[in-house]
Design a binder for this molecule. Structure first.
Ligand code: GLC
Length: 680
């Protein structure tokens, strides 16, 4: 059951598809405060939710902020990452003194929200709003899954990518020329690694101008796309939020002429610095500007491109012209001074604070077409609607694709997001680091994101910033083979991460083979989760609600109804302790082949997991499909070569439930559970 409440004068976000009537009775689920809500948390009660953010699956014990952040330091002392996902799900301890049934809350507002989840007071949840205006949806049900399902029905069906987007993708900031792109693909092929996509980072553009192609480095772009197509490689270019200010650059000229850029207080186009230097932000909240920006993607679609990643759309700001002027003026003053402890750090802070400066967010404005009836004008200051920018940039692209190529699925994912954007595209988990803790964070974020509707997601495998080690890369891949987006990406100046550069290629190849063998299952699970509004990845506590140990496990996940995974996420480990929440069968794979089986009883067990081995735990009474590569073939090269019909089924138990296998053509949009599910 969903109840809708209204506080203040909420700004529309577009997150909810069909709003239920406002609930008439007085609001009593939470205590009402001047700036938000509060409630006591009982001992052992779990707080799930918040999608993409720091820390655990159980969010208790920290202060989170909902304000999309360009935050490459995903450390646990941070409060926000790139997404703003204001959904909480409270799950009390069975038989405990407090709430008997789980309850969900969606705080729908585009501005800043603070979630103090047992931080100031360990047994209290406090939610406060910079602007206490919101639509609040309270969702009640008998189980966590039922609540998630109702919530997902409220916010609409999750984005569905083309099937090739479940293949392995390789990225680097940057592959600077088309010949380098060719070489990277060639090396993958020569080493026998299956691969479906290669990502183009900012250097494919002419001096970082959106929708241009560098004549100098990618002069043969059309030929490159054609060659790649022949090799079944999809090129996926990046699109940034800022449009370069440059006379003669048509996107800039048009945007300026039509008044499509965000404005400053005086109505002038607001100037920020991003990759190309001075830029304007297209006003993604203005529907005309959005339609205009979205249609620009056709330039790349027309060249045969069928996938994009939208970046820097929190939006990230290196500096604003206005603030930079002030900084330079202050620096002139500093020049004349004898810098002491105070002034020296003031000076360095001044420069460091130029980026993503919150004052800049209060210095520019949108013309928000759908702001809501209660607002007499459409002009709104950016900070009030900050969390919608990346969402609406992605909506711009998705709506244009719908118009430009309505039949075809286009790959689209974004860095910034808000709930609602999950209908238009996926997200990647931003600029993580080659750190072990970020592998663990990747694991923990999957179910939290699934609850909020984000199914097409994954982290930069190997880690984006910092230098990877071979061992970390292998462990990242060993988890990444289960995530819908499986992309290896790394930053400028860090150690290269292409698999063919490492010694343990045999292990890596075995892991990738496993991905391609799992693909029918992963795709089927993805489609069912999208079409039914369920989660592909669930925390153990969702299924074993009465098992107190299972409720605390955060580094093991259930994938679908059939299997559990328990990745190694620590250095120098050849195995790990796994909690088995019910009788299960362990299947061990090496080089993509099953080589060991073992029945495990409920309880803790130490499992050996040498580098390269993939362990899958099958629940009793269940089976799942794996692709077979055909006679004489020990792998395939890409997702197209997989035989999605002739499958091997692996299961555990005497009486196995039939596996509901969803398989469509993977390209068009005629999704249908009735038509495409068959029982295996
Ligand atoms: C941002 C993106 C990253 C990309 C880089 C250069 O940091 O998050 O993925 O490689 O910009 O475009």
């Amino acid at each position: 059951m969903i109840q809708r409440f209204r506080f203040g004068t909420p700004i529309e976000t577009g997150a909810v598809m069909a709003k239920p009537q406002i609930f008439e009775a007085a609001f009593s689920e939470l205590e009402l405060l001047e700036d938000g809500f509060s409630t006591l948390l009982e001992q052992g009660e779990i707080v799930y939710g918040l999608g993409e953010t720091v820390r655990g699956i159980n969010k208790r014990g920290w202060l989170y902020e909902s304000y999309c952040a360009d935050e490459p330091e995903h450390r646990e002392d941070k409060h926000a990452l790139y997404g703003a996902h204001n959904f909480l799900l409270l799950s009390g301890k069975k038989g405990g003194p407090g709430r008997e049934k789980p309850i969900g809350f969606f705080f729908d507002t585009p501005g800043r929200v603070m979630f103090d989840i047992g931080y100031s007071e360990s047994e209290r949840l406090r939610i406060s709003f910079e602007d206490f205006s919101l639509e609040l949806y309270v969702i009640k049900g008998d189980s966590l899954e039922q609540i998630v399902k109702e919530f997902r029905a409220l916010i609409g069906r999750s984005y569905i990518p083309p099937r090739w987007a479940f293949g392995y993708g390789q990225c680097r900031w940057s592959y600077p020329t088309s010949d380098v792109v060719r070489e990277v693909v060639k090396q993958h092929k020569e080493a026998g690694f299956p691969i479906d996509s290669l990502y183009l980072d900012i250097d494919y553009m002419e001096r970082y101008k959106d929708f241009t192609i560098s004549e100098q480095s990618f002069g043969d772009f059309d030929r490159l796309v054609a060659e790649m197509k022949q090799q079944k490689i999809h090129l996926v270019p990046i699109i940034d939020a800022g449009v370069k200010i440059e006379a003669g650059y048509d996107v800039y000229e048009e945007g300026k002429e039509k008044g499509y850029f965000c404005k400053d207080e005086d109505g002038e186009d607001f100037v920020v610095g991003v990759w190309p230097g001075k830029c304007h932000f297209p006003d993604m909240l203005n529907k005309d500007a959005r339609a205009w920006f979205g249609r620009k993607y056709h330039r790349l679609l027309d060249k045969g491109i069928d996938g994009f990643w939208n970046d820097m759309n929190e939006p990230a700001i290196f500096y604003s012209e206005k603030n930079l002027k002030q900084i330079f003026a202050r620096l002139e003053e500093f020049k004349k001074q004898n810098l002491d402890v105070k002034t020296f750090f003031e000076m360095t802070g001044l420069v460091a604070g130029a980026s993503n400066n919150l004052e800049d967010h209060t210095s520019f404005y949108h013309h928000y077409s759908e702001i809501s009836e209660e607002y007499s004008e459409n002009k709104i200051r950016h900070d009030k609607v900050h969390n919608l920018f990346g969402y609406y940039m992605t909506k711009a692209a998705a709506e244009a694709f719908e118009e430009l190529c309505p039949e075809k699925r286009i790959l689209l994912f974004s860095r910034a997001s808000y709930i609602g954007m999950h209908r238009y595209g996926g997200i990647w988990q931003g600029d993580n680091m080659s750190w072990w803790s970020h592998l663990l964070l990747n694991i923990k974020m999957m179910p939290s994101l699934n609850m909020c509707g984000f199914l097409y997601t994954g982290a930069d495998l190997g880690g984006f910033g910092a230098d990877v080690t071979e061992e970390l890369l292998i462990r990242f891949l060993s988890f990444g083979i289960f995530t819908p987006l499986m992309r290896n990406h790394s930053a400028l100046g860090t150690r290269r991460q292409e698999l063919y550069l490492f010694d343990k290629q045999k292990e890596m190849l075995g892991i990738l083979k496993m991905r391609y063998r799992l693909l029918p299952y992963l795709y089927s699970e993805y489609m069912k989760a999208a079409l039914r509004g369920t989660m592909m990845f669930r925390p153990l506590g969702f299924v074993y609600e009465e098992d107190e140990i299972a409720r605390e496990v955060e580094d093991q996940l259930l994938l679908g109804e059939e299997i559990m995974i328990a990745p190694v996420h620590e250095q120098n480990r050849t195995g790990r302790t796994v909690y088995i929440p019910e009788r299960m069968k362990l299947l061990r794979f090496r080089d993509g082949e099953l080589y060991g089986e073992e029945i495990l009883e409920k309880g803790y067990v130490y499992i050996r997991m040498p580098l390269g081995d993939i362990c899958i735990f099958v629940r009793e009474g269940h089976k799942f499909p794996l692709a077979v590569f055909g006679k004489g073939k020990d792998c395939v090269c890409n997702t197209e070569e997989i035989d999605y019909q002739d499958l091997e089924l692996l299961g555990f138990g005497e009486h196995l439930e039939a596996y509901e296998y969803y398989m469509d053509d993977g390209e068009t949009k005629e999704y249908s559970l009735e038509r495409y599910i068959r029982q295996l």
